[in-house]
Design a protein around this ligand. Structure first.
Ligand SMILES: NC(=O)c1ccc[n+]([C@@H]2O[C@H](COP(=O)([O-])OP(=O)(O)OC[C@H]3O[C@@H](n4cnc5c(N)ncnc54)[C@H](OP(=O)(O)O)[C@@H]3O)[C@@H](O)[C@H]2O)c1
Ligand SMILES: [Zn+2]
Ligand SMILES: [Zn+2]
Length: 347
C-alpha cells in the first residue's frame, strides 16, 4: 500500500479531520496522481451531512480534482510522469455492458465506481476521494488537462461542468435555444457559461436577487427571482430547456411552468423522490428528465470545449486546512461560485 494524507470524517461526526490514508499499489493500468486542487461540490456537503449521527464507513469526499501524474503502471500508454491530469466523479466501470460500449460509462448497468464512497470493482475496498494529496486511478478515467486551463479553476469542470454539459449537449442546446438555469451555484454558474458559449439565449432563475449582476457578467440576459410570483408568471412557457441545479428538495411545478411547449426540465440538482403534478407536464407536452456525470467521451469533449472557449469556474481557493469552513459556507450559500481546496498543505 502507498501512504498519503487526506481529510476524512469518521463515525457519526460531520467534521473532517486530517488523517493518514492508504492508497492501493498501482495495477498495470493505474496511475498515481498528486492532487493539487480539489473542488468542493454540494454533493460533498450532502455526503458529510448524511453521516451526522449515523456512523458508517470512513468518508473522504472530493470528486473533481486536478494534479500531476507521479507514477504509471506498465500498461499505461496515454500518460507519462509529469503530465497535468484531471479526474472526475467516476473512476471505473464494467467496460462490457451496452452503456459502457456506447461510451456512457456514467450509466454502466453494473453501476460505475464512484470516486469516493464507491466500491472498488477488484478489491472491494471503499474508494476515498480527492480531499487528499494522492489518488490512484485507472488510466481510462483520468483526462489530460488541456493546456491553457488553470488547474485550480478547471477542477470543478470534472463534476459540476460535465454534469451540466452532457444533458445540454443531449438536448441539443445551441444557437438560439432558450435556456434557463435554476440555482446559481457551482453547477449553475458553469451551466450559464457553457450555455452562453453554445450560443443559447440564457437566463437565470434564482431566489437570490443579489446575484443579478453576476448572472449578467456570466453572459445571461438577466435573473428571474423565483420567490417573486409576478416574475415567475411573466416567464411562463418561455424556455426550451430549464436546467435545475437547486441543491435542496423543491416542488417542480414552478419550474415546469417556465418550460415552453415540448420543452424539457432537466432536474440535475437535489436527487431523490419528487412529486409531479401530471397536468404540469400535460399542459404543453412538457418533458421531465435527469442526468448525472458524463461518459468518458463527453468528458473529454467538454474539456476541449472549455479550453477552446476559455471556460473555467469562478473560484475561491482555500488551503485544505479550511475544508470544514468551506463546507459550512457552501451550506449557507456563501460561495461565488465554487470553493477549491489547495492540497499543497498536505505535504
Ligand atoms: N446529477 C448529478 O450528477 C450531480 C452532480 C453534482 C452535483 N449534483 C447536485 O446538484 C446540486 C447543486 O450542486 P452545487 O455544487 O451546484 O451546489 P451549490 O453551489 O450550493 O448551488 C446550489 C444552488 O441552489 C440554490 N439553492 C440552494 N438552496 C436552495 C433552496 N432551499 N431553495 C431554492 N434554491 C436553493 C442556490 O442558488 P440561488 O441562490 O441562485 O437560488 C444555490 O447556489 C446539489 O444537490 C448536488 O448534490 C448532482
Ligand atoms: Zn459533484
Ligand atoms: Zn458497464
Amino acid at each position: 500500500m502507498r501512504n498519503t494524507i487526506g481529510w476524512q470524517v469518521e463515525g457519526s461526526s460531520s467534521t473532517l479531520l486530517r488523517t493518514p490514508l492508504e492508497r492501493r499499489d498501482l495495477r498495470p493500468d493505474d496511475l498515481a496522481v498528486r492532487v493539487d486542487y480539489c473542488g468542493v461540490c454540494h454533493t460533498d456537503v450532502h455526503a458529510v451531512s448524511a453521516r451526522n449521527g449515523e456512523g458508517g464507513r470512513p468518508l473522504v469526499p472530493g470528486h473533481e480534482f486536478t494534479g500531476v501524474v507521479t507514477e504509471v503502471g506498465p500498461a499505461v500508454t496515454r500518460f507519462t510522469v509529469g503530465d497535468p491530469v484531471a479526474v472526475g466523479n467516476i473512476v471505473d466501470s464494467c467496460d462490457e455492458c451496452a452503456m459502457c460500449r456506447a461510451g456512457q460509462e456514467n450509466f454502466c448497468h453494473a453501476f460505475p465506481t464512484l470516486t469516493y464512497d464507491g466500491i472498488d470493482r477488484h478489491d472491494g475496498s471503499t474508494t476515498l476521494g480527492g480531499y487528499s494529496r494522492e489518488y490512484v486511478v485507472r488510466d481510462r478515467f483520468a483526462y489530460p488537462l488541456p493546456a491553457g486551463l488553470d488547474p485550480a479553476a478547471a477542477a470543478p469542470l470534472l463534476c459540476a461542468g460535465i454534469t451540466v454539459w452532457e444533458p445540454m449537449h443531449a438536448l441539443g442546446v445551441g444557437p438560439g435555444t432558450r435556456v434557463a438555469v435554476a440555482g446559481l451555484g457551482g453547477l449553475g454558474h458553469l451551466a450559464v457559461k457553457i450555455a452562453v458559449a453554445l450560443g443559447a439565449d440564457t437566463s437565470v432563475v434564482s431566489r437570490s436577487p443579489d446575484k443579478a449582476n453576476d448572472a449578467r457578467r456570466l453572459g445571461a440576459h438577466g435573473l428571474i427571482v423565483s420567490t417573486d410570483p409576478e416574475q415567475m408568471a411573466d416567464a411562463r412557457d418561455r424556455f426550451d430547456v430549464v436546467i435545475d441545479t437547486i441543491s435542496a428538495p423543491h416542488g417542480l411545478g414552478p419550474y415546469l411552468r417556465l418550460v415552453a411547449v415540448d420543452g424539457t426540465l432537466s432536474h440535475l440538482g437535489h436527487l431523490g423522490t419528487v412529486t409531479v403534478e401530471t397536468t404540469d407536464l400535460l399542459v404543453g407536452r412538457k418533458k421531465l428528465s435527469s442526468a448525472g456525470s458524463g461518459g468518458r467521451l463527453a468528458t473529454a469533449a467538454m474539456l476541449d470545449f472549455c479550453a477552446e472557449h476559455g471556460i473555467t469556474a469562478d473560484i475561491e481557493v482555500l488551503p485544505s486546512t479550511h475544508v470544514n469552513e468551506a463546507l459550512d459556507r457552501l451550506r449557507r450559500n456563501e460561495v461565488r461560485y465554487r470553493f477549491v481546496l489547495d492540497m499543497s498543505d498536505l505535504e
